[in-house]
Each structure stands twice: as C-alpha cells, then as structure tokens.
Design a protein around this ligand. Sequence first.
Ligand code: PRP
Length: 221
Amino acid sequence: MTGVNKNRIKIALTKGRVEKQVVPLLEKAGINCDQIRQKKRRLIFDSPVQPYEFILAKGPDVTTFLERGAADIGIVGSDILVEHRSNQYELLDLKTGECQFVLASTNDFDPNEPKRKIIGTKYPNITKKYFDRLGQDVEIIKIEGSVELAPLTGLADAIVDITETGTTIKENNLKIYDYLDKVSTRLVVNRMSLKQHSKEIYVLVDKLEGAIKDENLSKEY
Ligand code: PRP
C-alpha cells in the first residue's frame, strides 16, 4: 500500500479539470506523471525517480491539506483560493485553467429589477462580495454542481459561476449579464514547507516557469 513518505515533497493536485490541464504542463517541466495518467481509482502517487508525491483531491480539500501541513504544495484554481479565503503563499500562476466568473441567467432576467434576487452559486462568498459592491442585498443558495440548472428550473433568478469555453451557458440557452474576476490555476505552498524544503520547491517552480514560458511562446508562434 502506498502511504505518505515524509522525505518527499507532497503536492496536492486538484482532480478533474485542473488535473487534466496541469499534468501536461508538469510533464513539460520534466516531472514524470505516468502513474497519474494510469491511476484508475488511486489517489496518491509516489514517484520512484523524483522527490515528489502527488495527492489527488477536490479543490477545497487541497487548501485544507495545505493549511494542516498534510501537503507542501497545492495546485488549485484561484476561484477556490478566493472563495475559501485561503492565506497560503502563492508562488506561481500556472496560466492554465483560465476562466472567468460571470453573472448569468435566462433571457428574461432583468438585472436592474429592484426586487430582492435569489442567486444560485457554488461560490457564496464571491457572490456576496460582488452584490455587496453593487449595493444589492440578495438571497444566496449554495449549489454543489450543475449550477446552470438553478435559473432554468426557477430555483434561482440568476447564477454566479465560472465559465471556461462558454459551452455550458450556450447549450443551456443562458445569457451572460456581467463579467466578474478572472480565474487561473495557482501553485501555492505551505509556509513551513517553504522553509524546510525551499531548495526543492524553488527547483520545481523554476522548471514549471520554464514550461509555462515555452507554452506561451508556442501559442504566440
Ligand atoms: C464548471 C462550471 C460550469 C462549467 C463551465 O463546472 O460550474 O458548469 O464548468 O464550463 P464551460 O464554460 O467550459 O462550459 P464543472 O464542469 O467543473 O462541474 P460541475 O458543474 O459539476 O460543478
């Protein structure tokens, strides 16, 4: 059974969309991700040749692993970091997982209507901050996924959610009414780990920085 090896840099990687986009970048940086690619249902991976151990976790749990020192490094979207008010030390913007928060609803939604709105979202803190800025008191309903269902079913008047390709909004006949903050995947580090493993962590950050530059150059070319 694979457990947590204390001599390794433990990297908590957000599973799902972030994982899919970050694994190719890690590989470009020379980090072997074969085990993650062949993972099936496994969640923890100890590289036999490199000093890294990967933990696959849900975004909010990545911040918990870091806060509690169960991981040294976290790879997680800035949406999660902002929503969970994480004070982890951010070392790098990986420039992947780029998406944007939007206010969206059905075509008949009127954002200027004076009635108290009901807003569905996975991000209640970000939503509250947005409407506070607008000086509007709204009722927020926390939804765990497929947020687009909320205005379509009458559960909410509108949603605050992230959009990447815009496909989900388009295919569900929703309309964007406002653009909020941009989101991307960040590399964050536990402050104590940075003291204990600064050399290894900065080596990894340098490699990733090089891979990100290459990626951007090939996009421009
Ligand atoms: C996110 C988000 C939207 C969708 C937008 O959900 O909440 O539903 O992606 O992406 P698009 O603009 O590329 O269509 P996610 O896929 O993470 O899953 P969830 O709906 O279960 O939360």
